[in-house]
Write a protein that binds this ligand. Structure first.
Ligand code: AMP
Ligand code: MN
Ligand code: MN
Ligand code: MN
Length: 285
């Protein structure tokens, strides 16, 4: 692909659980030849304005985005919201309200985990540093302390939904998320459907689409090529948008590269961006 049109519609900064500042992210974007980058931190748009400003001087167009956690058929899924309306103060406040409630949940989870393993909130916070705390940091703390040998083991034994330290995270319903985002003139895409537990996947995707989600994230660093082809067909057949991005988290997801994903497995085709733009233009208030 022409390096002049590398597109990445899914990337994180330190405003959520990435390791890069907006300046580091945009420098990296420019270095790898990205022309359009969506900044999609979890539950906040606080890095978007600064990223847009930096992007202007580097020749990188930054699209406002946000990765929202939503409940869908009794599971928590990630949905990517796109559109300038997300930056409206009332919308931005609603998003961070959930993020702040999630910190309270992390304190509860930390207390449970500490009672069970001796590893608690301070250990996870030390690993998270300036990043937004998530179970990923608790998992790394468990590995560091030698409680488990690996991250998957940390989730299996302690942190996963059926494990003893688990505390569910507060989240909006998918229906409420669709209402919130559509009211701002934004577009909503189900993130990385391939990462949804296999047994529930088809049901979750159908529920999200029925709730009004506009598209599916097809090209993603955790989707194998054949999965990408399958999700692209699914989107096309359903008349849905197909989007994609690396899901870059900097040092917190080693091996996932901005613009190109894991071992070059992400290449967002320009017509997918054109379709997203057309959908945003049609929904604009
Ligand atoms: P939280 O938002 O605090 O519930 O944490 C969610 C984060 O934990 C995700 O973004 C992943 O980084 C990580 N995570 C969740 N489940 C797993 C798993 N089974 N294996 C590895 N990482 C996981
Ligand atoms: Mn993340
Ligand atoms: Mn996600
Ligand atoms: Mn993400």
């Amino acid at each position: 692909m022409d390096t002049a049109c590398v597109i990445d519609l899914h990337a994180h900064t330190r405003a959520s659980d990435g390791s890069d500042t907006p300046a580091q992210l945009l420098a990296q974007a420019a270095a790898v030849g990205i022309s359009v980058l969506a900044v999609t931190d979890h539950d906040t748009v606080e890095a978007v304005a600064e990223s847009q400003e930096l992007g202007r001087s580097l020749g990188v167009e930054v699209l406002p985005g946000c990765e929202i956690s939503a409940t869908c058929a009794n599971m928590v899924v990630h949905v990517l919201a796109y559109g300038p309306g997300l930056l409206e103060p009332a919308t931005a406040r609603t998003l961070v309200q959930y993020r702040d409630e999630r910190m309270h949940r992390n304190e509860q989870l930390g207390a449970r985990l500490h009672a069970l393993t001796g590893v608690g909130l301070p250990d996870a916070l030390a690993i998270a540093g300036p990043s937004r705390l998530s179970r990923a940091h608790f998992a790394r703390a468990l590995v560091s302390a030698g409680v488990v040998a690996s991250i998957p083991e940390a989730f299996e034994h302690w942190l996963g939904p059926h494990a003893p330290a688990y505390v569910a995270s507060p989240a909006m319903s998918i229906e409420a998320t669709v209402r919130l985002v559509h009211a701002t003139g934004g577009v909503l895409v189900l993130a990385h459907p391939g990462r949804i537990e296999a047994a529930a996947r088809d049901r979750i995707v159908a529920t999200a689409v029925a709730a009004g989600v506009d598209g599916l994230e097809v090209w993603h660093s955790e989707h194998a090529p054949e999965e990408q082809a399958r999700w692209a067909r699914h989107a096309k057949q359903g008349g849905l948008l197909a989007t994609g991005g690396s899901d870059y988290h900097g040092l917190h997801k080693p091996g996932v590269h901005l613009g190109t994903g894991r071992d070059g497995n992400v290449a967002v085709p320009p017509p997918a961006l054109a379709a997203l733009r057309a959908c945003l233009a049609a929904l604009a208030p």
